[in-house]
Design a protein around this ligand. Structure first.
Ligand SMILES: Nc1ncnc2c1ncn2[C@@H]1O[C@H](COP(=O)(O)OP(=O)(O)OP(=O)(O)O)[C@@H](O)[C@H]1O
Ligand SMILES: [Mg+2]
Length: 271
């Protein structure tokens, strides 16, 4: 079953993110060539394609990690050129990484708490001066983080250092950290890579619930085609830094060019 408007009662809105003619090179390597696509409010859009196709680079452009040589990103009607990641975060964009980027010695709870950083109003000085205010804010943030812990069903490991958690749970904590920022646009880079079937099912459910309950717009990179076809509203296909297709899952699955470049060949989903 695909997650269409009819199935879930969700309403896909207007364009929230516009990617226009983005080209990105690293020295002589062209990672992205003239990429354009749109993301609509509340939708789940997947980016697929072979290893090295430019999928992660695309997410890095969207959240300001990489600065493209050409093209524009327009988020909520605001075109931007050289944005920094923290500015993207303040605009409501959060992400997870292909390789887990957590503080391994810190507890699951404290890792998720770091996701609140961009939302914290009082800095160190004001916390020192107006201790009460800082303390109240801290309590509010802690309460919110506890709600995320409940939502992701990780109560039993909340105090465990993440380095000691199995891989699937680390991925879940990383999702929690991204959610802690209360993003409007959530970018997920292979959130299910390396997971077993059960862990993948859990992660799928959380992604669908986030989308459904909070209305969060989601851009997802994933190699598991079963998952992609199941949960995506639309799919963008990249190959060698170029866009091959932008369409519904069914249309993408039937697209001969996409089959030849990606779907028809075996690929490495743990990369
Ligand atoms: N920071 C960087 N410096 C140099 N080259 C880079 C950098 N980031 C990406 N590239 C290159 O850009 C191209 C696209 O890489 P990218 O990581 O975006 O692909 P991908 O589609 O995410 O692949 P995978 O499925 O393996 O994760 C590759 O040739 C890669 O080597
Ligand atoms: Mg990648």
């Amino acid at each position: 079953m695909s997650a269409t408007d009819q199935d879930t009662g969700r309403r896909i809105g207007d364009t929230v993110l516009k990617v226009d003619n983005i080209s990105l090179s690293f020295g002589g390597v062209r990672a992205l060539t003239d990429i354009s696509f749109t993301v609509r409010e509340h939708e789940i859009l997947s980016i697929i394609g072979p290893n090295g196709a430019g999928k992660s680079s695309m997410l890095n452009v969207i959240n300001g990690f990489y600065h493209p040589q050409e093209g524009t990103i327009t988020y909520k009607g605001q075109a931007r050129s050289r944005m920094k990641p923290h500015a993207a975060a303040r605009q409501g964009i959060a992400r997870t990484f292909q390789n887990i980027a957590l503080f391994k010695g810190m507890s699951a709870l404290d890792n998720i708490m770091t996701g609140r950083n961009t939302l914290m109003k009082s800095n160190f000085i004001s916390q020192a001066l107006y201790w009460g205010l800082g303390q109240k804010e801290e309590l509010d943030h802690r309460a919110f983080v506890e709600r995320i812990v409940d939502f992701l069903e990780i109560e039993s490991i909340r105090k465990t250092p993440v380095g000691r958690l199995p891989y699937g749970l680390q991925k879940r904590v990383e999702l929690g950290r991204a959610l802690a920022a209360q993003p409007e646009l959530l970018l997920l880079d292979e959130p299910m890579a390396g997971m077993n079937v059960e862990e993948k099912e859990d992660m799928c459910r959380f992604i669908l619930d986030v989308n459904d309950e909070f209305g969060t717009t989601i851009v997802l990179i994933e190699h598991d085609m079963g998952v992609v076809m199941d949960i995506s509203d639309r799919v963008v296909v990249l190959d060698y830094g170029r866009k091959l297709a932008e369409d519904t899952p069914d249309a993408v699955r039937a697209n001969q060019e996409v089959i030849d470049a990606y779907l028809g060949v075996s690929h490495d989903d743990a990369a």
